[in-house]
Design a protein around this ligand. Structure first.
Ligand SMILES: [Zn+2]
Ligand SMILES: [Zn+2]
Length: 177
């Protein structure tokens, strides 16, 4: 079996320095090679004008349909507001024990909440979301330990309260082969 690796596919403009920092944070958690790729996919097909949001389920399906080796876990990175029918918005989602996830920084930006822009905070939040979604692809479910990255987050404050790391039981369950 090929060695596992992680591919982060950015949609829309991201600063390369920002993406490289994200890739490094992700690589540190999984001890796997992390590659970056840019997508030029047209997102207008995923836009719901009545909600002014983008369909997270279809985007996840789209990422999952991209032809990459089974050994590659891929996460689509977005800047747009994502939703799924049962929720007002999502920070990200992933296929449990699958190969794909999505994450958006739209609702992670301080400006979204009338607060001052904070690049470092944004970077940390986004890294946590991506690591969390990748955790799902590696078979992890939500964890109740407050600082564990697999704790579920409804609000940005929840993300700020947890760390980027997996708790000991979650790390033990991480199926990295
Ligand atoms: Zn989750
Ligand atoms: Zn945990």
């Amino acid at each position: 079996m090929d060695k596992q690796s992680i591919l982060l596919i950015s949609h829309g403009h991201f600063d390369s320095d920002f993406l490289e920092k994200i890739a490094r944070d992700v690589g540190l958690q999984f001890h796997l090679d992390v590659q970056l790729e840019e997508s030029h996919m047209d997102l207008s097909d995923f836009y719901y004008s009545d909600r002014r949001q983008y369909d997270g389920n279809s985007l996840l399906k789209e990422i999952d349909s991209l032809a990459y080796a089974q050994s590659i876990k891929k996460v689509g990175l977005f800047r747009v507001d994502l939703f799924i029918p049962i929720l007002t918005y999502i920070f990200g989602q992933a296929i449990l024990e699958g190969n794909s996830g999505i994450a958006s920084l739209y609702r992670l930006r301080n400006e979204q909440y009338g607060m001052k822009k904070d690049e470092k905070l944004l970077l940390n939040r986004f890294a946590k979301i991506i690591i969390h979604e990748l955790g799902h692809t590696f078979g992890l479910i939500h964890c109740h330990i407050p600082v564990c990255v697999m704790r579920s987050s409804t609000y940005v404050e929840d993300i700020d309260q947890k760390g980027k790391d997996f708790c000991t039981p979650c790390r033990a369950k991480l199926d990295l082969d």
